[in-house]
Design a protein around this ligand. Sequence first.
Ligand code: OOG
Ligand code: NI
Length: 472
Amino acid sequence: MASQTFLHPDEIRTLFSTAMSRMYRSEVPQYGTLMELVADVNAATLAEDGALRETLTRHDELARLSVERHGAIRLGTAKELFDIRRVFAVMGMFPVGYYDLSVAGVPVHSTAFRPIDDASLRRNPFRVFTSLLRLELIEDEALRAEAARILAGRRIFTVRALELVARSEMLGGLTPDEAQEFVAEALETFRWHAKATVSLGTYEKLHDAHRLIADVVSFKGPHINHLTPRTLDIDAVQAGMPARGITPKAVIEGPPRRNCAILLRQTSFKALEESIEFRAENGDDRDGTHTARFGEIEQRGIALTPKGRRLYDTLLSDARSDVRVGQSGANAGDYQSQLAARFRAFPDEWSELRAQGLAYFRYSATEHGLAARQRKRLPASVDELVQAGFLRFDPIVYEDFLPVSAAGIFQSNLGTDEQQNYGERSNRIEFERALGAPVQDELALYAATEKRSLDLALAQLGDPHLAMMAIA
Ligand code: OOG
Ligand code: NI
């Protein structure tokens, strides 16, 4: 048998995210406008901030910026979630993290499919925030049964897409030709459908139960509902949106503006109202509208340790109970200043974040350290090596999402800027059963990345402890 060369999953992912971006740009013209604004702001930021440019260049993160984005879909059944995991695996994307959105009154729970290893993240960190509808949270029993029946009858993947997934699972990959075909077939799942699979009457019943339920149940597939580019200065993008005809939501979700960016800041603009043709039934009117798709931008900062994350959660929740942003964005200004005030308790220097164990860093041996090693034995402790300038540390980018922010984005696109806090009803075990695999722990991934970088740097510097460990 002729030996086959498979296309690397990173390449398949890039083909897919490029195809998705092209499709979304043609379906939602405002997305194109937003991409231009973000490119302009990123170029200006890099021109002004030499240190930022240097850090991004050192770790080869500049190249990924222009292709970096995330999208989101909402699925209806356990089987759909199971199969989407297999589809994303072909592209080197794996489920990371569990997000319970029922805390925000949204009847879904979610994970993020994304690449995991360093090289793949550098190549293209494309992520898809993937939610599963929780029908059990619909109170009306008859409606719940009807929604389940409708969902059971749909097929969101093409036959050929699933054939190619099975082939990849069996043989360990896809050839370049198969990969091209797979990308075209997989794209069909994410496409917008202007024709609903239900009558306007059914749509309205579902909509009354929850707008999100109507969005998931009434259509042939889980249309991609946004595609988010990454900016280096979200405040500049937010300020520049109105001049380009885009109205952002009232507040930026996440931490306030800081010198040392942490986690994730996000803002979005409202969903489009789109014409839908409903199914003819009992002489119902067939024409209506549906809103689901929106635009979003984000700025990513450093990944926090469990200790850092606890501090973030506490400060955020304090600010949110101090000032509640209302329906149409009332109190947004007060909230912003309260948030900034609360976050003064969060150290805003890289060295402090490291010293207090609040964030994850990538270590590397400096030229200076490598040269010194030739002449003498270097100090043993990490702190001493850092102080002497032999060891450098740079922020590790947060690659995941934030449940409170995601809830705010959901809320905003359900037509309100109102902040709400709900009780928790999470069901991770059920989610993983549907998925057919456990979700990976994002904090463990960051900790492992930090440790790998430190081990390598210490080995290069010939740390005496390491030498002793090797002998033992
Ligand atoms: C997903 C909303 C969450 C984010 O970036 O946090 C999200 C959705 O509306 O389906 O995209
Ligand atoms: Ni998003």
